[in-house]
Design a protein around this ligand. Structure first.
Ligand code: HEM
Length: 435
């Protein structure tokens, strides 16, 4: 389907066959990103919005092999477990003090993810200097801005309209703030040097050390370090905490599935203990719950936009060079021909199934596919599985008093990343004492 947004035509892909044609058969043609007013202003030299080319390839390689490799994701284990411990304590405290009143889980989920990404990216620096709140505000504003088309995207032939009523001014202010903050993070890391590094190696430490690595084929300028760090904030926080929010929402609407998950987790983990990363490997139903959540509620339902670098022909249609493409992962996850009872939350469908979300099953593409696939899959799944396992292990959950599962509103809010419209307010019924 082609839709015209202002002066610009967009190709919308809503079937798994076409997604496969774009992201596998013709991936080399569709691996670029279009220019978008707000992201062009805000971003540094990053991975997520960089057009396809040698610089992008080298930066993506750094992201995949040095920052988000399985080894690095494993090395963030202590930080991840520590932050989850804090989250569990927060909920425990609420449960003890609230007298059965509901807790708003959306806000702790967001704080948890912001804190985790801050620690992983900047190390202890953020906590010591108390800059966590600055990052939090900037991430929120960046997402507000990136979720909107600016007038310049719709009418590129009239740049004066953008200057007059577009979002450029707000985007410029946001960029200046990011610039100052990231500059300070890098300055302090350089000043502290190797000798003063704590045990956990952060993204910034890693990137600074790679500047002297002969195997890196791109100069790691300050702007590029800012770009890679900015990607982790922009791409990692919202997406992962939204997944947790939707997973808990679906489990509350589907008590049988919640019970099954609790039985699995509580059968594996000793009474009062925190669930550990090692124990996750035995939790098949938990993995199925996360997959099913991402099928029904991909946090970036339209992935990130792409642009064709050459003219090509697909299924008899000629797609001109420079066509902007949106892939509707949300519709594909509910496609009747691929999914039985597509609208139902049925994690069982993934037990003993080969379907995965690493870019080979084109009817399940919450992380995209092909050259542009998300490099944060291992980190995102390790995090969301561990949080969810701990939440259902330590607590029993119910909807607020008087609300039935049918009344629980699953409406979505509009935006580039799609949240539940309402905040997630639940009652914590039973609490195991956390360590
Ligand atoms: C549940 C969590 C997450 C979801 C659902 C998600 C989803 C996505 C999607 C749909 C894309 C675009 C793929 C495409 O164009 O085909 C993407 C790209 C990206 N994601 Fe994620 N993501 C998640 C977590 C993360 C995390 C934790 C990080 C890093 C800390 C990350 C870093 C990136 C980067 C750098 C890109 C750009 C890749 C490129 O353009 O080559 N993501 N992600």
């Amino acid at each position: 389907m082609i839709i015209q947004l202002g002066e610009v035509p967009w190709l919308i892909v809503s079937s798994s066959d076409m997604a496969c044609a774009i992201m596998r058969t013709h991936d080399s043609i569709f691996a670029s990103r279009p220019s978008i007013v707000v992201t062009d202003i805000i971003r540094f030299e990053d991975v997520a919005f960089e057009p396809y080319g040698e610089d992008w390839r080298q930066l993506k390689r750094i992201f995949t092999t040095h920052l988000m490799s399985n080894k690095m994701v494993g090395s963030y284990k202590t930080v991840r477990e520590g932050e989850i411990n804090t989250l569990v304590r927060k909920i425990s405290n609420h449960a003890s003090l609230s007298n059965g009143g509901p807790i708003d889980l959306t806000s702790p989920f967001f704080s948890f993810m912001t804190s985790l990404i801050c620690r992983v990216v900047c190390g202890k620096f953020v906590l010591e200097e108390g800059r966590y709140h600055a990052f939090r505000e900037m991430v929120e504003e960046t997402f507000r801005l990136a979720s909107r088309f600016s007038i310049g995207d719709l009418f590129p032939s009239m740049p004066w309209m953008e200057t007059l009523i577009g979002l450029s001014r707000r985007a410029n202010r946001n960029r200046e703030k990011w610039d100052r903050l990231l500059h300070e993070v890098i300055r302090v890391h350089i000043q502290r040097g190797e000798s003063d590094r704590c045990q956990e190696i952060s993204f910034v430490d890693m990137l600074l050390s790679l500047r002297n690595d002969a195997t890196i084929n791109v100069e790691l300028t300050t702007d590029r370090i800012k770009g890679l760090v900015g990607d982790a904030f922009a791409a990692g926080i919202d997406t992962t905490y939204i997944t947790l929010d939707w997973a808990m929402s679906e489990l509350l609407r589907n008590p049988k599935e919640m019970k099954k998950l609790q039985e699995e987790v509580r059968g594996i983990v000793k009474h009062n203990n925190m669930v550990t990363s090692e124990e996750l490997t035995k939790m098949y139903y938990l993995r199925a719950v996360i997959k099913e959540t991402l099928r029904l509620h991909p946090p970036l339902p339209l992935l990130l936009p792409r642009e064709s670098m050459e003219e090509c022909e697909i299924n008899g249609f000629t797609i001109p060079k420079g066509t902007k493409v949106i892939i509707n992962a949300w519709a594909i996850g509910r496609e009747a021909k691929s999914w039985e009872a597509a609208e139902e939350f049925m994690p069982e469908r993934f037990i003993n199934s080969q379907v995965e979300y690493k870019g080979n099953s084109f009817h399940l593409i919450p992380f995209g596919a092909g050259r542009r696939i998300c490099p944060g899959i291992a980190f995102a799944t390790a995090t969301s599985e561990l949080v969810l396992a701990n939440l259902v292990h330590h607590f029993d959950w119910e909807l607020p008093e008087g609300m039935t599962t049918d009344e629980f509103d699953m409406s979505e809010s509009p935006g580039m990343s799609v949240h539940r419209k309402d905040r997630l307010r639940l009652v914590v019924k039973h609490v195991l004492a956390s360590n």
